[in-house]
Design a protein around this ligand. Structure first.
Ligand code: B16
Ligand code: MG
Length: 217
């Protein structure tokens, strides 16, 4: 049996939410807004443009299009300065073991991320060659919870949606997988991700036997 396993990036393979937070917080300081880590939770899985809109709403700040354009570039430049310092130690626990197991069983493996920086991040952590297809923020026109990103991943691996399994840390991503008719596996808090078919705190909780069960079903 051949299935396609589609991985989200931020919060599933690496924890880059902390870098997004630092960059958004510095930007918020410029408009005298104290952006908290708790507020940053709402930015997970959300596109860069939509994140800025959310931040401006929170700060109750009406920006011109010119300001928005400048800030989007500024935020990304600061984010990239953190990404440049990443290495393999930033890969979340047991992700390499799961990838290795799936590839040893000749399964399809793809990335499905909202980030426009997915490729440089995978390069930094030396995982780029593990993915047979990469669908990221540069390839999609409609953001999660729309299933476009995962449907494109399935197409790239020439696999039917019902034969796809998605690993996601965001509610919007789980909803996107469900809408596409794929198996959704939430990585994180079971209460937050209750719409997922299965939820695990992290990959250390996902056994090779469970992966085999998904392959054979
Ligand atoms: P960028 P994912 C998402 O990645 C992040 O969770 C979200 O916080 C970020 O705003 C978005 O990518 C866009 O990222 O600014 O790098 O294009 O979780 O879908 O892998
Ligand atoms: Mg994510």
């Amino acid at each position: 049996m051949k299935k396609a396993f589609i991985f989200d990036l931020d919060g599933v393979i690496v924890d880059t939410a902390k870098f997004h937070y630092l960059a958004w917080r510095n930007l918020a300081k410029g408009i005298n807004f104290d952006f908290t880590e708790e507020q940053n939770e709402q930015f997970k899985g959300v596109s860069r443009v939509r994140s800025l809109e959310l931040l401006l709403d929170m700060a109750n700040y009406t920006a011109t299009q010119e300001e928005k354009d400048i800030w989007l570039v500024q935020k990304n430049e600061e984010y990239l300065s953190y990404i440049k310092k990443m290495d393999q130690s930033e890969i979340l626990p047991d992700v390499p073991r799961v990838l290795k197991h799936l590839l040893s069983k000749k399964q399809g493996v793809a990335l499905g991320s909202a980030s426009k920086n997915a490729r440089p991040i995978l390069e930094r952590v030396a995982l780029l060659d593990k993915f047979q297809a990469i669908v990221d923020g540069n390839d999609v026109t409609i953001a999660k919870p729309n299933p476009e990103v995962f449907i494109k991943g399935a197409q790239a691996l020439q696999t039917q949606n019902v034969d796809c399994i998605v690993f996601e840390d965001s509610i919007a991503g789980v909803q996107a997988a469900n809408t596409a008719g794929m198996i959704s596996i939430g990585i994180g808090n079971a209460e937050v991700l209750h719409e997922a078919d299965h939820v695990f705190a992290n990959f250390t909780q996902i056994s090779n036997e469970f992966l085999d069960h998904l392959i054979e079903r």
